[in-house]
Design a protein around this ligand. Structure first.
Ligand SMILES: O=P(O)(O)OC[C@H]1O[C@H](OP(=O)(O)OP(=O)(O)O)[C@H](O)[C@@H]1O
Ligand code: HPA
Ligand SMILES: [Mg+2]
Length: 161
């Protein structure tokens, strides 16, 4: 394998559910939280699972457009802010993953007192996340279950003759 080779990691619904539940378990006791702020769109499903496990009924969403992969210099933009909190105190900010950390870096400025958690984390993003469930290599692209569907694959030995 070359050093710069790209890898792919395919996450099933079951794996996502299991990993997110484990992340939720580590946020106990639930009474310390006022609610969940999901980072739309990737954080919506993990946010719902965490809210369910912790019996939190206040679920908000924020949306950030990050230009990280196009123009390095451009600042991310808040497409949807929240009104339930000034500084994020008592809230869990949930995202599916942290990659470069650009999204969470931006949100930390808006919600300095929130706790930031993700299901997956790549090394560059580690300083921006308070807790996460699983490490993923920087050069691996994660495919989430909502972006995939099941399809037929030929047997290794080829079709029956
Ligand atoms: O750490 P970063 O380099 O900022 O990358 C991580 C972010 O990128 C993806 O969201 P994206 O902005 O692609 O939008 P989506 O959630 O709507 O898919 C992912 O869901 C994270 O929010
Ligand atoms: O690895 C990834 N998978 C899906 N979306 C992403 N956004 C940044 N990195 C990723
Ligand atoms: Mg996202």
């Amino acid at each position: 394998m070359g050093l710069h080779e790209k890898h792919e990691y395919f996450v099933s619904w079951e794996e996502l559910h299991r990993a997110t539940r484990e992340l939720a378990r580590r946020q106990l006791p639930a009474e310390q939280w006022r609610g969940v702020i999901a980072v739309s769109r990737g954080g919506l499903v993990p946010g719902a699972i965490i809210a369910r496990e912790l019996n939190l009924r206040v679920v908000e969403s924020v949306c950030v457009r990050s230009y990280a992969h196009q123009t390095q210099s451009a600042e991310p933009e808040m497409l949807k802010d929240i009104s339930c909190t000034e500084d994020g105190a008592g809230f869990l900010v949930v995202d599916d993953l942290v990659d470069t950390g650009n999204t969470l870096r931006f949100l930390r400025k808006r919600l300095p007192k929130a706790k930031f958690i993700t299901v997956y984390a790549k090394p560059e993003g580690l300083p921006l996340v308070d807790e996460y469930e699983a490490d993923i290599d920087q050069n691996t692209w994660i495919h989430f279950p909502w972006d995939m569907h099941l399809h037929y694959v030929d047997p290794l030995a080829g079709e029956d003759r």
